[in-house]
Each structure stands twice: as structure tokens, then as C-alpha cells.
Design a protein around this ligand. Structure first.
Ligand SMILES: [Zn+2]
Length: 405
């Protein structure tokens, strides 16, 4: 089928579903899936499952068992036949409310307001209705569309995507992945990785008059910090080839002392001092390699007699996929065909769940109807026009990438 004909077919179908897409997005926003702590997850996953049933899509819900936390539910669903799978991946948890009435969604001037409208419940509605569109238009696919819907993205994904990935349930036979995060019109094809530490250096306390009896933890900490400064200089000479503005943002990152504390008063030798290290890797850098280097440096200082303790606060993989990848090209062409403008490709400023797929060698990209600048804010909203356009774009990409060859 010609591109023009296919696009028209899909946009006509989406035009008919607009009231349903709006109603579904609105109903999802009304469920306060606040994370932390991970509230109302059951109600939300049930609402999503109901919509899938109404559309005629079989699905499976996986519960992540964890004693301490409230239960975590992920959902997967497949449409089509064969092995090769294009994934649409999204999260249903939202950042805590930062304004009044954020879980009473309302429509004004064509925009849906409420927590999660932009990040990313409207995106979930778009990706699910893209599958319905393909299904109802009766397009034959050479492969499948896989829906992966997860909790906990806002807090690092331990019992969401990390849990699924560890059980081999994420990205099976994937040939590509799209996630409708609020990208403000661009495509994020990369994200930085992270390894964040807290280092606590210990000494021995003593009164200032008896300072010779003490061991100064602050002075020891300065030694540790100096060693890290040398590594920092080297790390910052590395620049990513992925697109990010301005030039200074291309450098790999090692942030020292984002939080530091220690000592009790000016007249006492400090017994302990701690500070954080936030190492953000460029997409080209490997988490394990960079982690090993950082920890080896600290081990060396320990062997030299500095009593220190390292606590890992978080770690996350970096990811990056080429703009020349066939899925990237189909996405860029579809965005241009539907919105009239070719999207730029950029590194995501934060972490992104494309990393779970990229780690398996699956080209993964974020593109969604929301805007980053309003997400997590007190007046979060999404323009429904953009949600409908995103639905067409996702359907178009799937139809093109999985077209019968
Ligand atoms: Zn998000």
C-alpha cells in the first residue's frame, strides 16, 4: 500500500476513536498512581486490562512479589503473528501531585489537565489505540506488536522493568521499541547511565586541645576528593557524539559533593565525613567498566590506610541507538508525515526505560505527545491533538516496520 493511502486509512480510523481515547486517558489520570509509594496500582492495571478486553486484545498481568512494598503489576499483550516484535512500552505510575485537584482531570481548550496527563497516561492511551487502529484496519503484519505496561518508572523501575528484565520477560524477540514519554516534539534516542555513591570517611574524634589524639576525617576526605578530581578531569574530557546542546553538555559527568556532611563543631576533630559522587555516563560509556574504575580508585585509597565506606545509591545503564536505524527512520518519517515537521534526535536529560531494550541490542526510542516542561508540575496537561497525532504515528510506524515483505 502507498504511504499516503496507509496514513489516510490510519488517521481516519483514529479520528473515529478520538472520544474513546480521550475518555480512556481521562479515566487513567483519575487513578492516583502516585509513586512513591506506588498507590492505586491495582485499580489502574484493572482499568487498562478492561480497555484491552474491550478492544479484543488478550493480555497477561504479572505481579512482582515483594514483602515490604505494595504489590506491583505489569501487563503484557501481543497483537499479530510471528516472532519479530515491535514493542510499545509505557509506565502508569506518576510523580506525586504538586498542585490541587490533580486527580480530577478536566478538559480545557482541547487540552487534558491532570497529573500524568503528559507523563505518560495519554501516551499509554495513544499506544494502546494505535494497536486497535492496526487491528480494526485489518492490516496484515509480518510480526507482532508487544505492549509492555509497567509501574515504578518514576523511582528507578526496580519492581517494574528491572523485575521483568531479570525474568527474561522484557523485549523478547524485539526488533524495536517505542515509548511515549513526554519528549516535547523531539525523539530521544539515548540516555545517560548513572552510578551514584555516598562515601563515608572515618577518623577518630578529639577535643581541639587534644587534637593529636584524633584522626581528622575531613582531612582524609580531602585526600579522597583530590583523587576523584583527577578521575573527574579525565572523565570530562570525553564527549558524546549524540546530539545535545550546548557543547559543554557533551562531556561525561562526575559530580562531587552534591551532598556532604560531617563533623560536629569547629572545636572538635571530626570523626566522620561523607559526600556523594554522581557519575553520569555518556551513552557510549559502559556502566560496568565505569563502576569498576570508580570503585578500584576507592579500594586503592582504602589500602593506603583511609578508613572509608562506599554505599551505592543507584545505578542505571546508559543507552543509545542510531538515527540511521530503520526503526528510527520510520519513526522520523512518520512524525514528519503526521505533524509536518521532521523531529530532532537528542539525548534524554534523565534516565529512560529505552535502556532495558538497548541493553539487549534492541533499537529503542522515546517519542510521545506530552511536554517535558509541564510534566511533574502543578499544571500538567497534554494537548489532545498531539495525543491523536501520536496514535497515528505509532500505528504508522508499526504498519511500516512490520509490513509483510
Ligand atoms: Zn515518564
Amino acid at each position: 500500500m502507498m504511504r499516503k493511502g496507509l496514513q489516510e486509512l490510519l488517521s481516519d480510523a483514529v479520528a473515529k476513536y478520538q472520544p474513546k481515547i480521550l475518555e480512556f486517558a481521562r479515566s487513567l489520570v483519575a487513578v492516583p498512581t502516585v509513586n512513591p509509594p506506588g498507590a492505586s496500582y491495582k485499580a489502574c492495571i484493572d482499568r487498562i486490562a478492561r480497555e484491552l478486553s474491550a478492544i479484543g486484545l488478550e493480555h497477561e498481568i504479572v505481579e512482582a512479589p515483594d514483602a515490604g512494598a505494595p504489590p506491583r503489576y505489569s501487563l503484557s499483550s501481543f497483537y499479530g503473528r510471528g516472532k519479530r516484535t515491535l514493542y510499545f512500552h509505557g509506565h502508569y505510575d506518576v510523580a506525586p501531585a504538586s498542585g490541587e485537584g490533580q486527580f480530577q482531570p478536566y478538559l480545557r481548550n482541547g487540552s487534558l489537565f491532570g497529573r500524568g496527563s503528559s507523563d505518560m497516561k495519554s501516551g499509554l492511551a495513544a499506544m494502546i489505540y494505535a494497536v486497535k487502529t492496526i487491528k480494526d484496519c485489518g492490516l496484515k503484519l509480518d510480526g507482532r506488536i508487544g505492549l509492555a505496561i509497567v509501574p515504578d518508572e518514576e523511582t528507578g523501575g526496580a519492581l517494574g522493568s528491572t523485575y521483568l528484565a531479570a525474568r527474561g520477560l522484557l523485549g523478547v524477540n524485539g526488533i524495536g521499541m517505542l515509548t511515549p514519554e513526554p519528549t516535547s516534539g523531539v525523539v530521544w534516542n539515548a540516555n545517560r547511565g548513572a552510578i551514584s555513591l555516598r562515601i563515608t570517611v572515618r577518623g577518630r574524634p578529639a577535643h581541639v586541645g587534644l587534637h593529636y589524639r584524633g584522626v581528622n576525617a575531613f582531612e582524609r576526605m580531602v585526600t579522597v576528593a583530590n583523587a576523584l578530581q583527577e578521575l573527574k578531569a579525565e572523565v570530562e574530557s570525553r564527549k558524546t557524539a549524540f546530539q545535545i546542546e550546548p557543547e559543554a553538555a557533551r562531556r561525561s559527568i562526575l559530580l562531587l559533593g552534591g551532598r556532604c556532611e560531617g563533623g560536629t563543631n569547629f572545636n572538635a576533630v571530626p570523626a566522620s565525613c561523607s559526600f556523594t559522587v554522581d557519575r553520569r555516563l555518556n551513552p557510549e560509556e559502559d556502566l560496568e567498566t565505569e563502576k569498576r574504575r570508580l570503585l578500584a580508585l576507592l579500594e586503592r585509597l582504602k589500602r593506603d590506610g583511609i578508613d572509608l565506606e562506599v554505599e551505592i545509591l543507584q545505578e542505571a545503564l546508559s543507552a543509545g541507538a542510531s538515527e540511521e536505524d530503520p526503526v528510527a527512520r520510520e519513526l522520523a518519517q512518520s512524525v514528519k508525515a503526521v505533524t509536518g515537521r521532521a523531529p530532532r534526535f537528542e539525548i534524554c536529560p534523565g534516565l529512560l526505560e529505552i535502556r532495558y531494550y538497548a541493553h539487549r541490542g534492541i533499537p529503542a526510542f522515546a517519542y510521545g505527545p506530552g511536554r517535558l516542561e509541564v510534566s511533574h508540575g502543578p499544571r500538567e496537561f497534554v494537548r489532545m491533538k498531539d495525543v491523536y497525532a501520536c496514535t497515528v504515528i505509532y500505528a504508522l510506524v508499526a504498519a511500516r516496520v512490520l509490513s509483510s515483505r
